[in-house]
Design a protein around this ligand. Structure first.
Ligand code: TLP
Length: 339
C-alpha cells in the first residue's frame, strides 16, 4: 500500500526505536523524567518561548491551550475550517465551555479587519472574546502557509484588545521549511503554540505546547485534569527528541514530492488540483472524471493507494517520509490508468 492518508501514518525510524529503548526515565508527574524535560527544553528553545509541555496529541494540546486561556462562557475567534473548529469533536464547547466565532478565510488566512470586527464590546449581553486561534500550515486549505505579515497584524489587534493568541502549528515546521521563516519568528507572533511531533517529523506519539512559564504551569495542571499526566514518558519523548533534532530539514523532500504529485495529476484529464501546493498536502478534485471522492478512493484502494475524503469531490493526499519519489510516480500512473 502507498499510504497518503496523512503524515501521521509514518512508522518510527530505527534511530527513534533505539532512542526509546535507551531512554533514561522517571515519573513525569513528579517532574522526574530527564528525557521528557530535555524534549520540553529543546522545544521551548526552538520556539523562543519560556517553557513547553509534552502532550499526547495535537488535539489535547489545542484543548489544553483553550482551557488554560479561557473562562466558561467566553467566545473564541477562529477560522471556519480550522482543525480546532472542524475536527476536534466540538471539544472547545464540551470541555472549555466556550463558543466558537468563525471567520471564513482565504486559503486559511483570516482578514485582520474581520478579526477586529468580531471582537466583542464590553456589553452585558455578549460573551467576552477570550482567545484568537490561528492555524499554520492550514490543513483544510491544503497545507497552506499563513503569511507572517498576516499573523503579525492579527497579533497586533489581539494585543491592543488584551486578547491572547494561540497558534495551532501542528505543521508549523512544514511552514518554516517551505517559507524560510524560522519557527521562532512565527511563534513570536502568538502567545502560545502547539506543534505535532507525530506528523511530518515522524515521531510515533506526541505534541508540544509552548508559552510563558506561567501559562505552562497552568497548562500542566489542565493536562493532569484531563488524565494526560504521564509517568515514564521519556520512552515516548526520546523519539520526539530524534524527530525535533534530525527530521526537520528533510520535510523539503515531502514538499517536493507533493509538488511532483500535483504536477503529474494535473496532466490527467478529469483531474484538477484545488490548492496551491505550498507544503505536503495535495487536494485533488475528481468531479470532471465523474467520480465522487469515496468512489475515487475505493477504486484507488483496489490499486494499492490510500488517501482521505476531504469533500464531496475532493480527496486529500499527504506526503511524508515513508513515501518515496518512486511511490509518487506509481500513484500518478495508477490514477491515470484508473481515470
Ligand atoms: N490532523 C489529522 C486529522 O485530524 C484530520 C490529519 O490527518 O491531518 N491541528 C491540525 C492542523 C491537524 O491537522 C491535526 C491532525 C491536529 C491539530 C490534531 O493532531 P492529533 O491528531 O495529534 O490530535
Amino acid at each position: 500500500m502507498i499510504d497518503l492518508r496523512s503524515d501521521t501514518v509514518t512508522k518510527p525510524t530505527p534511530e527513534m526505536r533505539q532512542a526509546a529503548f535507551d531512554a533514561v526515565v522517571g515519573d513525569d508527574v513528579y517532574n522526574e523524567d530527564p528525557t521528557l524535560q530535555e524534549l520540553e527544553n529543546l522545544a521551548a528553545a526552538k520556539l523562543g518561548k519560556e517553557a513547553a509541555l509534552f502532550v499526547p496529541s495535537g488535539t489535547q494540546g489545542n484543548q489544553i491551550a483553550v482551557l488554560t486561556h479561557c473562562q466558561l462562557g467566553q467566545e473564541i475567534i477562529l477560522e471556519a475550517e480550522s482543525h480546532i473548529f472542524y475536527y476536534e469533536g466540538a471539544s472547545i464547547s464540551a470541555f472549555a465551555g466556550v463558543q466558537p466565532r468563525t471567520i471564513s478565510g482565504t486559503r486559511g488566512v483570516m482578514d485582520p479587519a474581520l478579526v477586529k470586527a468580531a471582537i466583542r464590546d464590553d456589553d452585558i449581553h455578549m460573551p467576552e472574546t477570550g482567545l484568537i486561534c490561528l492555524e499554520n500550515t492550514h490543513n483544510r486549505a491544503g497545507g497552506a502557509i499563513v503569511p507572517l505579515e498576516n499573523m503579525k497584524e492579527i497579533y497586533r489587534i489581539a494585543q491592543g484588545n488584551n486578547i491572547p493568541v494561540h497558534l495551532d502549528g501542528a505543521r508549523l515546521f512544514n511552514a518554516a521549511v517551505a517559507s524560510g521563516v524560522d519557527v521562532k519568528t512565527y511563534a513570536a507572533e502568538t502567545d502560545t503554540v502547539q506543534f505535532c511531533l507525530s506528523k511530518g517529523l515522524g515521531a510515533p506519539v506526541g505534541s508540544i505546547i509552548a508559552g510563558s512559564e506561567e501559562f505552562i504551569k497552568k497548562a500542566r495542571k489542565w493536562r493532569k485534569r484531563l488524565g494526560g499526566g504521564l509517568r515514564q514518558a521519556g520512552i515516548i519523548a526520546a523519539p520526539g527528541l530524534v524527530a525535533l533534532s534530525s527530521m526537520v530539514d528533510r520535510l523539503k523532500e515531502d514538499h517536493k514530492n507533493a509538488a511532483f504529485l500535483a504536477l503529474g495529476l494535473m496532466e490527467i484529464n478529469g483531474i484538477s488540483i484545488e490548492n496551491n501546493v505550498d507544503t505536503n498536502i495535495v487536494l485533488v478534485n475528481t468531479k470532471e472524471a465523474g467520480l465522487n471522492s469515496k468512489e475515487f478512493l475505493n477504486k484507488l484502494k483496489a490499486e494499492g493507494v490510500l488517501g482521505v475524503p476531504f469533500g464531496p469531490e475532493t480527496t486529500r493526499f499527504t506526503t511524508h517520509f515513508d513515501v518515496t519519489r518512486e511511490d509518487i510516480k506509481n500513484v500518478i500512473q495508477k490514477v491515470s490508468k484508473l481515470i
